[in-house]
Design a protein around this ligand. Structure first.
Ligand SMILES: CC(C)(COP(=O)(O)OP(=O)(O)OC[C@H]1O[C@@H](n2cnc3c(N)ncnc32)[C@H](O)[C@@H]1OP(=O)(O)O)[C@@H](O)C(=O)NCCC(=O)NCCS
Length: 168
């Protein structure tokens, strides 16, 4: 599996793997009544993300087939006590379920952390679904700590995202 920097032209491939991953990984987290994300909307989300000049995206490919994604950018939601500290955000870490447990997520994660450090951020943050125990354990093993009391709510669904941070 090779990791390369992605561009807007890769939005369809990024969206495909993103969607294939979350439809499996979040099936037990979102209620059956929740709207299922579609490919068109997910492609648009990725295209729009590239409009931010601080945004980087990476694609993991197995013989040119997209199997994982990650993104890094300036953090739009820095923690109140980190004022003045340049903070980046880790986002969109998704590995296709067929490739879980083979080191792809770890490699994408390292790529994103390296680019955040290279861009000069001294700290990083991320949001993860409160009930996504697998991903939370993945981040905690890598030294991320929970920011107590900071949550984002998915409107109408009662689902929460919790916040983690790490010094770089
Ligand atoms: C969380 C996620 C990105 C992890 O990706 P992954 O490719 O399974 O991760 P890895 O294989 O690198 O690591 C997971 C475990 O697999 C094992 N592993 C790592 N490298 C391995 C290898 N080469 N061979 C076999 N097993 C390996 C390890 O036990 C590793 O645990 P570690 O955290 O102690 O290193 C993936 O499960 C995922 O996409 N989940 C759904 C989406 C999601 O929740 N994203 C986070 C959004 S905030």
């Amino acid at each position: 599996v090779l990791i390369r920097a992605a561009t807007t032209a890769d939005a369809p491939a990024l969206a495909r793997v993103h969607l294939d991953t979350v439809l499996v990984a979040y099936a037990g987290i979102f209620p059956a009544t929740a709207t299922t994300p579609d490919l068109e909307g997910t492609v648009r989300e990725w295209e729009e993300a590239f409009a931010d000049p601080t945004f980087h995206a990476f694609l993991a490919e197995d013989q040119r087939r997209a199997v994982g994604t990650v993104a890094a950018q300036a953090d739009p939601d820095p923690d109140p006590d980190s004022s003045g500290v340049a903070t980046g955000q880790l986002r969109r870490l998704h590995v296709h379920p067929d490739w879980w447990g083979r080191g792809v997520g770890g490699a994408l994660y390292e790529t994103a952390l390296a680019v955040l450090k290279a861009d000069g951020y001294r700290e990083a943050g991320l949001w993860v679904l409160e009930n996504n125990e697998h991903a939370r354990a993945f981040y905690e093993r890598r030294g991320w700590t929970l920011v107590p009391g900071r949550t984002l709510e998915w409107p109408g669904l009662g689902i929460l995202e919790v916040r983690y941070r790490i010094p770089l």
